[in-house]
Design a protein around this ligand. Structure first.
Ligand SMILES: [Zn+2]
Length: 589
């Protein structure tokens, strides 16, 4: 590993695939085909009496095929993210998705056999399977909801050109949207990523104009985008509730997260009860901004008309220093992402908007995509995505199947890294006005990750219910409006254009009910952070352990290792109490 270079450039995908055509590529495909063939031949060896060593050997082969598929599909997704308008990238992505489906279908007999195995035999094999154990247990969680092999094959096959295709169409339509905004007297064409920078613009007119432009463009396709959503929701219901027999649409996500339904109900109820924390904050913010009442456009308004920006190198150094101050392990892992050239931070037309971290293979440095324009928020986003990368690297000893933490814990390291950066900035600041701005930004972000996300899920619960009952797009807008009203009360004036905001939330299309993971993760981090403040350096090894679990244990197990009980409303309330403390400090300033 060399010295990190902080150049705002594209990334290299060499660690995934040396090339996407030619001899090395053909060889890799041929090797995978051979492995798949070998695995298929093992079908007749599967029986309740199968020998332990033979079973382990088969899982290792199954994992090795999974690694090859992850390389191919990971490469395809990252290439497509670099340039969503490239026909070649799109073609390769389609090809790889079909390949993955084809291979998964050929190997499907194995998970199906495993799910159907009698409990005593399954327990015997789980006991000898080491790091694979939690994965094998997890597969059996879905047993009551699994259909016959031909039915499962049919669903996989139809999904590629069904719901998966709908999500891809949604992305293609929305990623090519172009927005125009008057910036300093000059009308500029921009991507959504660039436009959303202006939601935090110092000028109230520009903030309003940015949101109005966002919705103007989305409104041009409103019925198409709504139709895509309606199809996805109905497909979700007909597959999961009608065919598989889940109690409710959200239960599917809960089961895959291995979190009991009542825990999520408790989480959402506590979020609902504490929406007043943010309402109080918005009233305070209105006074600071010198207005009677905040408009929805002003929710992310910066407090000072600061145009302070951070060069890419400055941002990177701030983030790395704050991590290293907490623990050198965190700092070193984050440096590795830069040193390996796995960050694409450039601003380019056609590039995917927003930011993400793709941890694809255990032990391989993850890839981070940023659209870095140099605002304080971009630095926070960098800390966030590098936190994900740290998490993946620290869990790198696990298998392909147990290395990713489940969704609700997936935001632990990312949000914790943001807290560390914030903390460092607060430590260095004596000016009460700047301190106020920093604290306010923490609350801005807590609003965006906790309350806003919880309310997305509350909306989805309602949407999934009323769409199957035959609601129209217009009626769904009414549902969304009510949701916003409960969220903001009278503290914020919400204009009509927000009624269609749901068509602009990719998560509710691509991964239904995903968003509570953000609320879960952020509140968990606040609780962890409170412990760190109390215990100091002795907390650090415990935190390392939480990350090193990856996805090799249930969330319940990992959270209790951290000293908490996620079934208790008090645990969630504890996170909000940290925020209340900050709010009290702000009101006193
Ligand atoms: Zn994240």
């Amino acid at each position: 590993m060399g010295e990190p270079e902080f150049k705002q450039s594209g990334w290299t995908l060499d660690a995934l695939l040396p090339a996407r055509e030619g001899e090395p590529f053909e060889t890799m495909m041929a090797e995978m085909e051979q492995q798949v063939g070998l695995f298929e031949e093992s079908r007749e060896r599967l029986s309740p009496e199968i020998d332990s060593d033979e079973f382990l050997e088969l899982i290792r082969l199954y994992e090795s095929i999974g690694v090859a598929l992850r390389r191919l599909s990971g490469y395809a997704h990252l290439w497509f993210s670099e340039d969503t308008q490239s026909q070649d990238a799109l073609g390769f992505l389609g090809q790889m998705e079909e390949l993955v489906t084809d291979v998964q279908n050929r190997l499907l007999f194995f998970p199906l056999w495993w799910k159907g195995l009698d409990p005593a035999s399954a327990d015997r094999l789980i006991a000898i399977s080491g790091d694979y154990a939690y994965y094998l247990e997890s597969l059996r969680r879905f047993k009551p909801y699994t259909l016959s092999e031909p039915e499962e094959k049919l669903i996989n096959l139809k999904d590629v050109n069904g719901p998966s295709a709908l999500v891809k169409l949604y992305e293609m339509i929305t990623n090519r949207f172009s927005f125009s905004l008057d910036v300093d007297g000059e009308v500029k064409e921009m991507t959504r990523g660039e436009l959303s920078v202006h939601f935090r613009d110092p000028s109230p007119e520009t903030r309003a104009a940015a949101y109005q432009e966002l919705f103007r463009v989305y409104r041009e396709q409103d019925l198409v985008l709504a139709q895509i959503y309606f199809h996805l929701v109905r497909d979700w219901a007909s597959e999961n509730v009608a065919l598989r027999g889940f109690d409710s649409p959200v239960a599917v996500r809960n089961l895959s997260n291995d979190i009991p339904d009542p825990v999520i109900e408790t989480l959402l109820n506590v979020c609902r009860k504490n929406t007043t924390v943010f309402q109080r904050y918005f009233q305070l913010k209105a006074r600071w901004l010198g207005v009677e009442r905040l408009r929805r456009y002003d929710v992310y308004a910066p407090l000072r008309a600061s145009d302070k920006s951070y060069s890419y190198e400055e941002g990177a150094n701030m983030v790395l220093d704050s991590l290293t101050q907490f623990s050198s392990t965190l700092g070193e892992n984050a440096r590795r992402v830069f040193a390996d050239g796995h960050i694409d931070a450039e601003i380019r037309a056609g590039k995917r908007s927003g930011a993400f971290c793709a941890g694809l293979l255990p032990g391989v440095t993850p890839w981070v995509l940023l659209n870095y324009v140099g605002k304080a928020d971009d630095v926070l986003t960098m800390a966030h995505e590098l936190g994900h990368a740290i998490h993946a690297l620290m869990a790198g000893d696990h298998s392909l199947f147990t290395y990713h933490s489940s969704l609700p814990l997936a935001e632990t390291a990312s949000v914790f890294s943001e807290m560390l950066l914030n903390d460092r900035l607060l430590d260095e600041e004596d000016d009460p006005v700047v301190r106020r701005d920093l604290l306010a930004r923490i609350l801005d972000n807590a609003y965006a990750t906790i309350a806003r996300q919880a309310y997305f899920v509350l909306f989805e619960l309602e949407a999934h219910r009323c769409i199957v009952e035959g609601a129209t797009a217009g009626e769904l807008c009414g549902v969304y409006e009510e949701n916003l009203h409960e969220q903001f009360g009278d503290s914020v004036e919400v204009s009509d254009d927000f009624r269609w905001e749901w068509t602009a939330i990719p998560h509710i299309y691509g991964t239904p009910f995903y968003c509570y993971a953000y609320s879960f993760g952020h509140l968990l981090v606040l609780a962890l952070y409170r412990q760190y403040k109390k215990q100091g350096a002795s907390f650090v090894p415990r935190y390392h352990r939480v990350l090193a679990y990856g996805g090799s244990q249930s969330p319940e197990h990992i959270v209790s290792e951290a000293g908490f009980d996620m079934a208790s409303p008090d645990f969630w309330q504890g996170g909000f109490d940290v925020l209340r403390g900050m709010l009290d400090e702000l009101e006193a300033l």
